[in-house]
Design a protein around this ligand. Structure first.
Ligand code: NDP
Length: 285
């Protein structure tokens, strides 16, 4: 039987591990410390409790590894991923942003576009909605898809994978920047000036995507603004919570990734450049 590991018992990782376990697969949820996490769903009585094993003491070689720590925590877990892998281990990075793969030399490593919404507080995860991972199409991801088929983890193999990952990047670019910098929730998009800033960011992001060979229709700006308008006004983004709690933000793989691509192509992206600089500035302690 194939052995699965999920590294990072947080919101995304716990929900993935729960789905795989309920499907009867052999799954190890690996964290900084051994213990338990509980998954709750608003309005539902059923909760699950998952066992967490300590990553640094774990010795079993794994066939599939889902990395579900934040982008800022990736480099710390990579040595363990290498240690627990064999030559055909398939590793799926489940994180927002893009560019993570540029620093990884292990073969069979792919990044998922993550649509799982949840939040971890202490050892409790509140799972709000969705259990979807979008992956590029290749032999490894097709085999993984077959293994989890019938589970409630919705693994989609997309022929438009790059478009999908850039779309999520553009969604994160606008809302994460304005919520983190204003230290306010999604209510900020009710303000016209903030809407204009979001639209400018998305347009510049689309220009950067275009330079990278990924094309979006002009209507994408409105489509993303519609997504923002659907957020509950008091919903915070993960970058907003990280900013409030003075935790490192995932700037490097979202605004930083786009900034570096813009520089590489000599593009004029003043809004992206400015929010990136201000986010970096806000982390100088
Ligand atoms: P969480 O902070 O909830 O989970 C990360 C987990 O990784 C935590 O349990 C953390 O432990 C653990 N961890 C950190 N460092 C290590 C380490 N060195 N060894 C072992 N475990 C470690 O993050 P999320 O699940 O929210 O986010 C994961 C990724 O998914 C991010 O890139 C995020 O942007 C993306 N994403 C999140 C969504 C969401 O709704 N939450 C939606 C879509 C994408 P500890 O608790 O001890 O710090």
């Amino acid at each position: 039987m194939k052995k699965f590991g999920v590294i990072g018992p947080g919101a995304v990782g716990s929900v993935i591990a729960e789905s795989l376990l309920q499907h009867g697969l052999q799954v190890h949820l690996l964290g900084r410390n051994a213990g338990e996490v509980r998954i709750e769903r608003k309005g539902q009585l059923a909760e699950s409790t998952l066992l967490v094993e300590e990553l640094s003491r774990f010795e079993t070689t794994l066939d599939y590894i889902f990395i579900t720590v934040k982008g800022t925590q990736l480099s710390a877990v990579l040595p363990f991923v290498e240690k627990l892998s064999h030559e055909n281990t398939v590793t799926i990075i489940c994180q927002n942003g893009y560019g993570q793969l540029e620093q990884i030399t292990m073969p069979h490593t792919y990044q998922a576009v993550v649509y799982i919404s949840g939040q971890k507080k202490d050892q409790t995860i509140t799972h709000f909605r969705d259990r979807k991972l979008i992956l590029p199409e290749n032999e490894d991801t097709i085999a993984l898809h077959q293994l989890v088929e019938g589970s409630d983890l919705d693994i989609q193999i997309s022929p438009h994978y790059l478009h999908d990952i850039w779309f999520k990047l553009l969604v994160n670019l606008g809302i994460n920047s304005v919520t983190a910098l204003s230290r306010n929730t999604a209510i900020v998009v009710t303000n016209e000036k903030v809407r204009n800033l979001c639209e400018s960011l998305i347009k510049e992001g689309m220009t950067i995507a275009h330079a990278e060979g990924i094309h979006f229709e002009k209507s994408t700006v409105q489509a993303i603004m519609d997504i923002y308008d659907g957020y509950p006004p008091h919903m915070g983004t993960s970058m907003y919570y990280d900013q409030l709690n003075r935790n490192p933000m995932e700037i490097d793989y979202i605004q930083g990734f786009l900034y570096r691509k813009s520089q590489k192509h000599h593009l004029d992206t003043p809004h992206v450049d400015t929010v990136y600089s201000l986010l970096v500035a806000s982390e100088i302690r």
